[in-house]
Structure formats: C-alpha cells, structure tokens
Design a protein around this ligand. Structure first.
Ligand code: HEM
Length: 389
C-alpha cells in the first residue's frame, strides 16, 4: 500500500525523463546524453534500468537470455498478443508464418503503387501545408491498408483506432489511456473479423487473403497480427517522413534527398529514430554492464541514445547525410528486427525524394512544430511548411 506521505512517482522518477515535457520533446537527446554520463546502465529514481549505449542495447536485443517475459505493463484487454510481444518458440512460429506472406516480391511489386500514391499526395499539397496530415500520415496508411486489402472507403476510420492502439505500445499507461487503447483494439478486431470472413470466402491478391490461407494461424493470432501490422504500418513511417523533412529543412539539406534518398533516410533513422526505445526482461539471473540483473527485471533499450553513441558514430549529434550510419538501431536487432524495415525504407525514400524534387525550396512555417508526446514513438503532431514551388 502507498504511504500517504509519499508523493506518487512522476514520469521522470520512473523513466529518468519526462516524456510530456515540451523541452524534452524538442530535443530528448540532451537528456539521454546526461543519462549516459552516469554509465552505460542508468538506474532511474524508481529503480528502472535503462541501457544507454549501443553496446548494451545490442546485448539486450540479441542475447536470448533477455526476452519479453511477462510482456509490457499494459491492459489493452487483447485476447491474443501479437508476436511482437512473444518469446521463442511462439514468436519464431508466428513470425515465420507471417513473413511467408510478407515477401520481398510483394514489396517490390508495391513500389510503383507507392510512387503513384506519393505523386498524388505531393501534387495535392496546397502552398502552405501540414505535411503530417497531407503526406507523412496518409502515405503509409494507404500503403498498409491496400496491402491488407482494406477497401479505400474504410482507410480514414483507421486513424483514430490506430492512434489509440499506438499508445498501447507505451510500456507505462494511465488507466484512461489503457481503456481507450483497449476499446480501439476491440472495435478494430470486430472490423477485421468481418473482413477476414469475406476474404476467406473470396480471397483477393492481398496480404490479408494470403494470411487467411495460412491454416496454422488461429483467428486470434491472425487478428493480433493485423493489429500489429496496422499500427506498425501507420504510426512509425509517418514519423520517419515528418522527422526527415524537419531535420533536412533545418539543416538546409532537403535538396540532397532528391539525389541520395537512401543515405538521407538512413541518417534520419539514426539521428531522430521514430521508435525511441523498447524493453526486455531478464529471463534468468544475469549481469549487464557489470550490474547484477535478477530474473524478471525489466530493462529498457534506449535506441535514441544508442544511435548517438560516440563510441560507434563520430560526432554523433551532427546530422550528416554523407556519413555511413550502418549500425544504427532504429529497426531494432535480433529476432524482433522490424519486419517492415524494407517497406518503411522504401516509403521514406520515395516520399522524401518526391518532396525534395517538387519543392526543393520548402521552408518551415512554424519553426518549432509540436510533438505528439508518445513515449515509444517520436513524432510531430503537425508540420506546417511553405512549399514555394
Ligand atoms: C520507419 C518506420 C519503422 C520503424 C522505425 C520501425 C521500428 C521497429 C522496431 C524498433 C522494432 C523492434 C521492436 C522491439 O525489438 O521491441 C519493430 C518491429 C516490428 N515492425 Fe517495425 N518499424 C517501422 C515500420 C514498420 C512497418 C511499415 C511495418 C509493417 C507494415 C513494421 C512491422 C513490424 C513488425 C511486424 C515488427 C515485429 C517484429 C517481431 O517482433 O519479430 N514496421 N519495428
């Protein structure tokens, strides 16, 4: 029971930073650096361990003695969890079944479609535009919805669901947010249950139809997979594109994206990663960075800090689109390495190069655009720009 004289722990006590503080959101990397100055494993006032170096984050993500364990501290009321939250052997089985349908051939076939959607969106942008709602958000939404075979008239219904579900990714949730995330998950599952029934009867040329043909997947597993793909496909790439435009514009480098989209996307992923952190649990008594970590201890891998580790990246706080950002951890590592990394890169490259080509002199209409304030995902609420084309 709580002592009435003890003030409740603040987010900063628990996490070492306040994810809702506008100053932190503007540049979280300053705080991450301070945390890393205490050593590679930061212990917050509430006792949470946070790995701040590339080396320790790599161990956390790669060493099978760390896993999901009992999963995230959340209560979304999902009857089945997606494989993102599972350990082997369940993770291995489910990821294998899904990646069978998520083939490179399917992705390559998508390229012309992604280009066409991007061209439409970019040419529809007004002279003064919000690039989040006008490009960064609708592009990945349309792509993942089309991949899953969701009819175009339903795409917009997904926005609210997906925003609430994305908050369900955060490891620490208030009761209200957890309830909202649970409600969204329920409505979303009801919707997909119907669509799955239709696709079982009349399979189309889409990922959902392909998944319904994988007989080893139970309906619960299939639904959880759809939620995962939808959230991952909605809420991450939007931030790659918007964080990309913001950083490129601030550094006067947008034009570079037209000629070197691959390099640019990798540096954006390193410098300002859409997924800032993830967590693991020690599955047995261990030691990490010289610190004893008893079985069941949760440890956070601070990807945003690992990507600025001076031991791996020279002059890490410099946004340098000519560097080789090879070993960044933006897509994680090990068995949970992002299944959508190729798709996300393709979308990011196409969007940034199309924008740089159409509006190379674009500038920010709001120099300090506001952030959404999620814990795991780092993304802008809006990005007002003047296109000057
Ligand atoms: C820039 C965009 C993206 C970023 C930065 C990103 C990042 C990540 C990260 C860091 C993980 C690992 C999480 C962990 O280890 O705890 C992950 C997993 C995953 N991502 Fe992505 N992602 C992106 C886009 C996408 C897209 C577009 C899709 C699919 C449409 C996708 C599907 C997945 C799936 C299915 C997993 C779970 C893999 C597993 O548990 O085995 N992601 N992503």
């Amino acid at each position: 029971m709580n002592d009435v004289n003890t003030p409740p722990a603040t987010p900063a006590d628990v996490l070492g930073f306040d994810p809702f503080d506008p100053e932190f959101l503007r540049d979280p990397y300053v705080r991450y650096r301070e945390m890393s100055e205490h050593g590679p494993l930061f212990r917050t006032r509430a006792g949470l361990l946070i790995a701040t170096t590339h080396e320790l984050c790599t161990v956390l993500l790669r060493d099978p003695r760390f896993g999901r364990g009992s999963g995230p501290m959340r209560a979304t009321g999902e009857p089945a969890q997606s494989f993102l939250w599972m350990d082997p052997p369940d993770h291995t089985r489910l990821r294998g079944l899904v990646s069978r349908a998520f083939t490179p051939r399917m992705l390559e076939r998508l390229r012309p479609r992604i280009e066409a959607i991007t061209t439409d969106l970019v040419s529809s942008l007004p002279k003064e535009a919000d690039l989040v709602s006008g490009l960064a958000y609708p592009l990945p939404v349309m792509v993942i919805s089309e991949m899953l075979g969701v009819p175009p008239e339903d795409h917009l219904r997904f926005r609210g669901w997906s925003e609430s579900l994305a908050r369900g990714l955060d490891p620490i949730l208030t009761d209200d947010l957890a309830a909202e995330s649970g409600r969204a998950a329920q409505e979303f599952r009801d919707y997909f249950r119907e669509l799955i029934a239709i696709r079982r009867e009349r399979p189309g040329d889409d990922l959902l139809s392909a998944l319904t043909q994988v007989s080893e997947l139970t309906e619960g597993e299939l639904l959880a997979t759809c939620v995962l793909l939808l959230v991952a496909g909605h809420e991450t790439t939007v931030n790659l594109i918007a964080n990309g435009v913001l950083n490129l514009t601030r550094h006067g480098l947008l034009k570079h994206a037209a000629e070197h989209p691959k390099q640019v996307v990798e540096e954006v992923l390193r410098y300002d990663p859409p997924v800032q952190l993830t967590a693991r649990q020690a599955l047995q008594d261990m030691e990490l960075g010289g610190v004893p970590v008893p079985a069941g201890t949760r440890v956070m891998a601070l990807i945003g800090a690992a990507n600025r580790d001076p031991a791996v990246f020279s002059d890490p706080d410099r946004f340098d689109v000519t560097r080789d950002p090879g070993r960044h951890l933006a897509f994680g590592l090990g068995i949970h390495f992002c299944l959508g990394a190729t798709l996300a890169r393709m979308e990011g490259e196409i969007a940034l190069s199309a924008l740089a080509t159409a509006a190379p002199d674009l500038d920010l209409a709001e120099p300090e655009p506001p952030y959404k304030g999620n814990l795991v995902l780092r993304g802008l609420a809006r990005l007002h720009v003047r296109l000057r084309r």
